[in-house]
Design a protein around this ligand. Structure first.
Ligand code: ADP
Length: 304
């Protein structure tokens, strides 16, 4: 079952155009939606989760019309929002059982088997009696996945799930997600390039409500081969470099500034070629070097 998004637009009452003619084909598997804060990711995720409607456009999950058949979507949807509340005094086991009832799993034995399997899958079985108020951020996120997986969803949406997790928790969480993408559509919305690089077979980059690039991480990186160059400079010469070259990123390294430049040939003295990675793809797209031309949008420099 795949997800097809056609010409979806959304403008909020305050005039912000959060989605601007978004079209995507999302096959089964792990799909990364990558973009900076304010790009429109949550708006798109909430729309897919039937929590809000687009102004225009169509969305199909298999043959379900997502905008008009909300109940049918909700029966096969798992949604882990950016922020979700838990009842701090309930244990994971109690609250998961409660959500399972809400999901319509009325048979007690089936419910017990389901919640046990999910608590084991999310590695929370040993902590099932602990109150959720005492859970770490990573444990809470994994509990959120257990809730989202109730009823075997064909579409699982996780919105910015690794923000705020420490590195070990993040790895554990990503490993859990990677196991889920085998049969269902799993959409991971994030501003963290590494999350997508490690997990997703397909991806899109979104900014200012528009899709800049729809690709696979491997293809996108291969397509940049020979086009990214680097130079160590100092912050005083950076403005001059930016005048002359298509600087996609500039980050501090040992007190100096490491600049990455997009160029189809050697940009000049002192540059050396870089083996591109997904971060270079991301910044090339955001600065207008990759993807559709948006003449109305001025390329922004990205400073890390
Ligand atoms: P992201 O998830 O990529 O950070 P969002 O979808 O949350 O992006 O936001 C996209 C744009 O829409 C931002 O400019 C944000 O301020 C605006 N926005 C989001 N929700 C609302 C809302 N309910 N009302 C008005 N503007 C909103």
């Amino acid at each position: 079952m795949g997800l097809i998004i056609r010409n979806v637009s959304k403008r909020y009452a305050n005039g912000v155009q959060a989605l601007d003619n978004v079209s995507l084909n999302i096959p089964a598997g792990m799909y990364g939606l990558l973009g900076p804060n304010g790009a429109g990711k949550s708006t798109l995720m909430r729309t897919l989760a039937t929590l809000q409607e687009p102004d225009t456009g169509q969305i199909f999950l298999g043959d379900i019309d997502v905008v008009h058949q909300k109940d049918a979507v909700r029966q096969t949807l798992g949604y882990l929002p950016q922020e979700f509340g838990v009842y701090p005094k309930a244990s994971a086991e109690e609250l998961l059982d409660y959500f399972a009832v809400l999901k319509g799993i009325t048979d007690r034995a089936v419910r017990r088997a389901t919640t046990e399997a999910l608590l084991k899958q999310t590695n929370l079985w040993d902590k099932r009696k602990q109150k959720l108020g005492g859970y770490s951020g990573g444990m809470r996120q994994r509990f959120g996945v257990a809730v989202a997986l109730l009823g075997n969803p064909g579409l699982l949406i996780v919105d910015e799930p690794t923000a705020g997790l420490d590195p070990a928790e993040r790895v554990r969480f990503l490993n859990l997600l990677s196991e889920l993408g085998e049969t269902s559509v799993v959409i991971l919305s994030t501003h963290i390039v590494a999350d997508v690089a490690e997990l997703c077979t397909n991806m899109a980059i979104i900014n200012q409500g528009q899709i800049l690039l729809e690709t696979s991480p491997l293809q996108a990186v291969a397509a940049l081969h020979g086009r990214i160059w680097r130079k160590l400079t100092d912050k005083h010469t950076l403005p001059a470099l930016e005048q002359e070259h298509r600087v996609i990123s500039a980050k501090l390294l040992g007190g100096q500034t490491l600049v990455h430049v997009y160029s189809e040939e050697l940009p000049g003295h002192g540059f050396e070629p870089v083996q591109p990675d997904l971060e270079d793809v991301y910044f090339s797209a955001l600065t207008g070097c990759l993807g559709p031309a948006h003449p109305q949008r001025k390329a922004e420099k990205i400073t890390l």
